[in-house]
Design a protein around this ligand. Structure first.
Ligand SMILES: [Zn+2]
Length: 94
């Protein structure tokens, strides 16, 4: 394997001991009410504390891909009122 990124590491600023290494994970993001999963998404994972950071460049590209949808007008917030629409029971007052 001649992956030039394979030996590239970033010092972890979470645990100060480990190094973030190039990994490919499944990235999850929400687009509106739809869950988008992106397999083999480039990320950095610490070999000591397990801290994960998704690749910023890849995130930018992904947001560009999803941009047409992001430009849509916001869906109206659905506020579901719990209205008690009981038929007025005939009150028998004599
Ligand atoms: Zn760490």
């Amino acid at each position: 394997m001649n992956d030039k990124h394979a030996d590239q590491t970033i010092p972890c600023n979470e645990c100060q001991a480990g190094h973030l290494r190039r990994r490919y994970l499944t990235y999850f993001t929400w687009l509106g009410d739809e869950l988008i999963t992106v397999p083999d998404f480039p990320a950095w994972v610490c070999d000591v504390c397990g801290r994960r950071e998704y690749d910023g460049h890849a995130i930018n590209q992904l947001s560009l891909l999803l941009n047409p949808n992001a430009g849509r007008p916001r869906p109206r917030a659905v506020t579901r009122k719990t209205e008690t629409n009981k038929p007025t029971s005939p009150s028998r007052l004599e």
